[in-house]
Design a protein around this ligand. Structure first.
Ligand code: TYM
Length: 331
């Protein structure tokens, strides 16, 4: 059976981008593959969370994973920092990761632009840690959104380089995949690009948002004065809202509003109202489960312990073999 590994950075609540980009498919995948889903809390240290924020955010993601339907008995759900073998593999891979290639990564360049005051080495080597996350379980499939494609290419580079360096055929090549369709990019509500936590307040709809909050955000989403010609191409903010509707609404609903747009009869108020209601329908069952699970500390502790045990079993086998390949020997 092929192995799947995927993670979410523990920097806050899950939004619709995380859900439709990755998490929704985890639920089906766990039935067909040997799945490892984890909470990337080592990665979150690049942005310097306080100890209280760190723990709260890890818990939030764990709760939301479970609320979205991941089954801790079928899949392995764990917290990255519970598996120190990952940090060890990251150290080894760092010896063969070169400054030039790390500096060329798009996400690194974006981060440098956004936070010039915090260009730390962890940020630079973020793709190396991600490669370690994946290849520690010898995964071949990595469910992620479109934004992670380049990181997967780097994971293949680091795994292949290890193989070549030691003349072994040890790590298989991991590829980004989405299980049912091609990789997804969920747009945000601000009219310019993807939904994300760091793109500003109001851009993201969270799984835990109350219906009223969703209505408010969607009604405030960036749009324009309306189409001026029949069948015209949609400008980015409008295309983004239609893309969101394609994700959360039925095809009948989508076609209805698409026709109205093409005939220049669309009323954005009605369009947004429908979009918000369909987002509420999609998120409500998860939101209700989030409330139930977040107070069940005994259950959460049990899940985290079980996951750490299963993940360490797989990771420590890899580390034992990697140490041998590298040439570490006990006296
Ligand atoms: P993160 O935490 O930014 O996002 C988690 C997952 O959600 C997807 N995603 C999106 N997909 C579509 N549209 C969007 N607007 C959108 N926003 C987020 C991401 O593609 C991702 O699948 N580096 C990773 C976490 C990570 C990881 C790993 C993932 C660490 N190690 C190993 C896979 C395997 C990240 O920051 O994702």
């Amino acid at each position: 059976m092929e192995t799947v590994v995927s993670g979410i950075r523990s920097t806050g609540k899950l939004h619709l981008g995380n859900f439709y980009g990755a998490v929704r498919n985890f639920v089906q995948m766990q039935k067909e593959y040997n799945c490892y889903f984890f909470i990337a809390d080592y990665h979150s240290l690049t942005t310097h969370p306080t100890p209280a924020d760190l723990h709260g955010n890890v818990k939030q993601v764990l709760v939301e994973y479970l609320a979205a339907g991941i089954d801790p008995e079928t899949a392995t759900i764990y917290i990255q920092s519970d598996v120190p073998e990952i940090a060890e593999l990251y150290l080894y891979l760092n010896m063969n990761a070169y400054l030039g290639e790390l500096e060329r990564s798009t996400s690194f360049k974006d981060k440098v632009r956004a936070h010039p005051d915090n260009v730390n080495a962890g940020l630079l080597t973020y793709p190396v840690l991600m490669a370690a996350d994946i290849i520690i379980h010898k995964a071949t499939k990595v469910p992620v959104g479109k934004d992670q494609e380049q990181h997967l290419e780097m994971a293949r580079t680091f795994g292949n380089r290890f193989n070549r360096m030691y003349n072994v055929d040890y790590f298989p090549e991991p590829y980004a995949f989405n299980f049912t369709e091609k990789l997804v990019k969920v747009p945000g509500l601000d009219g310019k690009g993807k939904m994300g936590k760091s793109e500003g307040e109001g851009n993201a709809v969270y799984l835990s948002d109350e219906p009223e909050a969703i209505r408010k955000k969607v009604m405030r989403a960036v749009s324009d004065a309306g189409p001026t010609e029949e069948n015209q191409a949609k400008p980015e903010p409008i295309q983004n809202l239609f893309d969101l509707m394609k994700i959360v609404s039925s095809s009948d609903t989508y076609n209805h509003f698409d026709n109205l747009y093409n005939k220049m009869q669309i009323r954005y108020g009605d369009f947004k109202k429908q979009l918000a209601e369909d987002m509420i329908i999609a998120t409500s069952p998860i939101r209700e489960k989030i409330h139930d699970i977040s107070n069940d500390h005994t259950y959460l502790r049990k899940v985290a312990r079980l996951g750490a045990e299963k993940a360490r079993e797989s990771a420590s086998k890899t580390i034992r073999e990697v140490r041998e390949i590298i040439g570490f020997k006990s006296f």
